[in-house]
Design a protein around this ligand. Structure first.
Ligand code: AHM
Ligand code: MG
Length: 311
């Protein structure tokens, strides 16, 4: 890694992100005591109500990364516009500082997601996910887990008193776990292909998929992807008739792309339904997209159902 200056700089950025996450983990642990709960009374650029912890997480990430000479631009879910950081920087850091924040009030796992790309100018921020130099996420659950890739292998670290410690190297997604994860309350908005696929999952061993499926929905993408890395399955947040005008629910640059790189590097699949997730050309830093990822076989099966939707 040291021989490639772009990757070496990306590793230094990862170190800052890991430090920010460790600080945030500490804040989350005692947030209700510190009065950091409820909503902040403000909305972000996506029109979503911000929580005090969304704002605090964003502040921690920006503060930790501000001094890094490699970061030319930061893009955050909580910031309307890209933030110019180091003059002469060569990288962009794109992040969702606190994902799944609707789960905060019930003490369910939340997370941070990040992507590191080569970027000198603001225009460079709008590149497909295939250019990512590194990507990762942190899940703040019973343990604080960091999942990280530089595009070759995927590693899992867990936060201890002395920092993040490697727990599992070269994670590979198991192929044979029939488990799907989708917000079924949105069924009436789904396209025909998604409806058909989930119908056949529910039909289990009596249907064309020939296997009994289990279902999970945490409402925090970080927890869903951590589960898929650990035991396989498929996660779906497809664009539907309600979210189609915005492109979908999840954001391309700092949710879909980093998760896509992690899952694909671990041997899985990541698609919009029609396109490989990492091939989507972005048009806006807060662009939303249809996201389906998981074990390669199950993602391939899903694509077979929606390939003709022609969205
Ligand atoms: P957020 O970034 O505003 O927290 O939203 C992202 C989250 C994902 O973690 C999760 O997969 C999805 O939104 C949950 O959506 P829903 O509210 O439909 O359950
Ligand atoms: Mg999010």
């Amino acid at each position: 890694m040291a021989t490639n200056p772009k990757l070496a700089a990306a590793a230094a950025i990862v170190a800052d992100v890991a430090a920010a996450s460790a600080e945030l983990a500490q804040v989350l642990r005692t947030a209700p005591i510190a009065g950091l709960s409820g909503t902040a009374g403000t909305t972000n650029v996506q029109g979503e109500a911000q929580k005090p912890l969304d704002i605090e997480a964003n502040r921690i990430f920006l503060e930790r990364c501000r001094a890094n000479p490699a970061i030319a631009w930061a893009v955050s879910e909580e910031e309307d516009h890209p933030i110019r950081l180091a003059e002469g920087g060569t990288h962009g850091l794109l992040f969702d500082p606190l994902d799944g924040s609707s789960n905060l009030d019930v003490n369910v796992t939340v997370g941070s997601i990040f992507s590191i790309i080569p970027a000198t100018t603001e225009v460079d921020l709008l590149q497909p996910g295939s250019v990512q130099l590194a990507a990762g996420f942190v899940a703040y659950g019973p343990a604080t887990s960091l999942v990280l890739t530089f595009g070759q292998t995927v590693e899992l670290f867990v936060l201890s008193g002395s920092g993040f410690e490697l727990v599992q190297a070269d994670i590979r997604i198991p192929e044979d776990m029939p488990e799907f994860s989708i917000n079924t309350s949105r069924e009436r908005f789904w396209n025909e292909g998604t409806r058909g696929y989930i119908r056949d999952c529910l039909a289990g061993e009596l249907g064309p998929l020939g296997q009994r499926y289990n279902m999970r929905w945490v409402g925090s993408m970080v927890a869903e992807v951590l589960r898929i890395l650990s035991r396989g399955g498929i996660f779906l947040y497809p664009s539907d008739s309600e979210t189609a005008k915005r492109g979908g629910r999840l954001r391309l640059l700092y949710e879909a792309n980093p998760m896509g790189l992690i899952v694909k590097t671990a041997g899985g699949g990541a698609t919009t339904g029609q396109l490989d997730l990492l091939d989507v050309p972005p048009s806006d830093i807060h662009q939303r997209i249809s996201v389906v990822l998981g074990s390669k076989r199950q993602v391939g099966e899903y694509v077979g159902y929606v390939v003709d939707e022609g969205r």
